[in-house]
Design a protein around this ligand. Sequence first.
Ligand code: ROI
Length: 163
Amino acid sequence: MISYIGIGSNLGDSKQTIRSALQNLNAHSSIVLESHSHFYQSKPHGPQDQPDYLNAVAKINTSLSPLHLLHALQAIENEHDRVRTKHWGPRTLDLDILVYEGQTLNTDHLTIPHPYMRERPFVIHPMYEISPDFVFDDGQSLAELVTLSPKDELNKLEPIDVL
Ligand code: ROI
């Protein structure tokens, strides 16, 4: 199944952390990394009293169920010594399931599609870069969201070798 993963970091060496997280995804026996976006630097959404973020989006192919995928992502977060002191506070690594092919889910642990993704430029623009034709199950296209979403908040970094 195709799934898109949002990746964020704003503590430590974020570029190295995201690069390593992409490698961890690809190294998982039930995950194939299909593609990933450039890395984008952005101001924090929500609480402003934290460092700028580095964000990227990965497209994966996986045989894991959404819940098993969530657990695999949490294991990768933990490998990166994720410290999370407060809700919406700074973190070394954040991996979010954005969408999972053919699934809508609304549980305490997991909501798919990700409830805030459509209003977040740091998700919309990187995802559009790798899947410009993507359309949500309700018919809204990523292309339309991109026209509504300010891109000037994002600073696209030079490509780096990941794999
Ligand atoms: N802001 C940005 N720019 N990038 C993120 O990944 C991010 N993640 C979050 C909050 C705190 C909402 N803000 C963010 O969880």
